[in-house]
Design a protein around this ligand. Structure first.
Ligand code: AMP
Length: 219
């Protein structure tokens, strides 16, 4: 059996997927693959795909499955994914989960972590979230980086994402319930689902995820 570490991290928007994947990537030495980051970079760089998806992202709707599946397939051609990847924001629909199985072949998803958080906390986290447009570092609105507008990691601009505005947050949570929540049953049926309480200090969440990975012999 191959030792490729493929971890799917699920959870509502604002559950802490990005924060946890960044931390886990350092621990595990596999890249953090965020389809949201890939799509936002395309929008920022005004590529053909970026121009196609910009209004969809802004409205908090999902980009079509074929396009996202293609981006992920291409990403898995990159050498840095040879040892595995932490998937953040993908899959988001059952069709994407099935496409992921196809892309990975026999060496498939090893574990799916769901970060459980109550809706009220998610809404609060998203509306106070600020991000660096360059490196994706995540801040809160009260952080010095958010107030100054400059990232301490890379000097990039720290902004509020358009889809973190109240209207889009509501839309995204509806889309999550409709399209993404069914994936919990999908991975549970395969015996791959582990639920972690996301309403804890980030380091506690990371430690619990690493324990779950170790218990299952994933990493
Ligand atoms: P995220 O950063 O994961 O919240 O993603 C931001 C936005 O990118 C989402 O609201 C969608 O518009 C789009 N997006 C990211 N990942 C996917 C995906 N797997 N399928 C469809 N759309 C996606």
């Amino acid at each position: 059996m191959s030792a490729r570490v493929i971890v799917v991290v699920l959870g509502k928007q604002g559950a802490g997927k990005g924060t946890q994947c960044k931390r886990l990537a350092q621990h595990l030495g596999v890249p953090h693959v965020s389809t949201g980051d890939i799509l936002r970079a395309a929008v920022r760089d005004r590529t053909t795909i970026g121009l196609e998806v910009a209004s969809i992202l802004e409205a908090g709707q999902l980009v079509n499955d074929d396009l996202v599946n293609r981006l992920v397939e291409e990403r898995f051609n990159d050498a840095d994914t040879a040892g595995g990847a932490l998937l953040d924001g993908f899959p988001r629909t059952e069709a994407q989960a099935e496409a992921l199985d196809q892309i990975l072949g026999d060496d498939g998803v090893k574990i799916c972590i769901n970060l459980d958080v109550p809706n009220a906390l998610v809404a609060e986290r998203l509306s106070s979230r600020r991000v660096c447009q360059e490196c994706g570092a995540i801040y809160r609105d009260s952080d010095i980086e958010a107030i100054s507008g400059t990232c301490t990691n890379c000097g990039g601009d720290v902004v509020q994402r358009a889809d973190d505005m109240p209207e889009a947050i509501h839309q995204r949570l509806e889309v999550y319930e409709r399209d993404t929540a069914p994936l919990l049953a999908f991975y549970e049926a395969r015996g791959l689902l582990v639920r972690i309480d996301g309403d804890q200090a980030p380091q506690t969440v990371t430690a619990e995820i690493l324990d779950a990975l170790a218990e299952r012999g994933v990493a």
